[in-house]
Ligand binder design. Structure first.
Ligand code: 13P
Ligand code: SF4
Length: 304
């Protein structure tokens, strides 16, 4: 637990600067405690878009802060740790998208929000784990180029069998979710309860889980259910949040489910960032407009 004076100090600076802190569900509890919004990638994008703050501090990984900046070009957006990245995002490049486009000119390009601003600029539309199925369904194209997460792409293909999902590249994955196995599922089944798996999990885990959902949906599912025992197949920080939201329920994490980049941000980094206004997100003008178009299309398609 963080000392109360630190949290008071953060609150004071936030008020003084008209700043808001957006934190992903995978951030440590101390950061979640001082955040104005805690959520999944879609919820953070929506919060960024509708925020009336002058300054946004995004606690998460780089693509989340970039997304906030793209959606709010007039606001100043900061990330507490410069090199908090997402190894999954690094699987996709704009050059690869162009290569696939040339091969499949009739296809729509859908990129997962876990991608660079340049990839978003090259795509037709963005999706998150929470709206990927709805986004793909909303498109008129029968062929969809989808990247960089092959597991999410596989999940979307299962949910939208009438379309052909072409995965680019074929091996994009998140190392945190990729390590979950049938053995982990069997261990959870021995305890009993409901298994919730993120769509970034491998096929075998998704198929054996009870429900596949984004981190934001996981919270709502547990909130709306009387079930007492839950197993969460995603990054373990969300389990800390779930346990504090639902103290009467038994909520289990999978061992070693730690995203090293999400864990890079400490409360000291956050204080340094907000006090000194350091690590501002700036993006090349060229890709800015196109990336915003792809993100706006997502928000229009998933909100309506
Ligand atoms: P959510 O959008 O479900 O929070 O997922 C983000 C992420 O990085 C998953 O690893
Ligand atoms: Fe990227 Fe995986 Fe970390 Fe999510 S958990 S930010 S997909 S590396």
């Amino acid at each position: 637990m963080m000392p109360p004076d630190i949290s008071q100090e953060i609150r004071r600076i936030k008020t003084e600067l008209n700043a808001k802190i957006l934190a992903h569900n995978y951030q440590i509890a101390d950061i979640q405690a001082v955040a104005d919004v805690v959520g999944d990638s879609l919820e953070l994008a929506l919060a960024a878009k509708s925020s009336d703050a002058d300054i946004l501090i995004v606690c998460g990984v780089r693509f989340m802060a970039e997304t906030a900046k793209i959606l709010n070009p007039d606001k100043r957006v900061f990330i507490p740790v410069q090199d908090a990245g997402c190894p999954l995002a690094d699987f996709l490049t704009p050059e690869l998208i162009v290569e696939y486009r040339q091969k499949y000119p009739d296809a729509a390009v859908v990129v997962y929000v876990n991608s660079s601003a340049a990839c978003k600029a090259t795509a037709d539309i963005v999706c998150t784990s929470g709206n990927a199925v709805a986004i793909v369904k909303s498109l008129p194209n029968l062929r969809i180029l989808f990247g960089p997460d092959a597991n999410l792409a596989g999940y979307v293909q299962e949910q939208v069998p009438e379309k052909k999902i072409i995965i680019m590249p074929t091996d994009g994955h998140c190392y945190v979710h990729q390590q979950f196995s049938l053995e982990d599922i069997n261990n959870a089944r021995k305890i009993g309860g409901i298994i919730l798996a993120h769509p970034e999990c491998p096929e075998v885990v998704r198929h054996k889980a009870d429900i596949v959902a984004s981190t934001g949906k996981m919270i709502k599912i547990i909130r709306d259910s009387n079930e007492q025992v839950w197993h969460i197949f995603t990054e373990e920080a969300i389990v800390v949040r779930l346990r504090s939201l639902f103290p009467d329920k038994k909520i289990f994490a999978v061992k070693d489910a730690v995203c090293k980049d999400m864990r890079k941000t400490s409360i000291e980094d956050l204080i340094r960032c907000i006090k000194n206004l350091q690590n501002e997100i700036t993006l090349e003008k060229d890709s800015f407009e196109s990336a915003r178009r792809s993100l706006d299309r997502m928000l229009e398609a998933s909100v309506s």
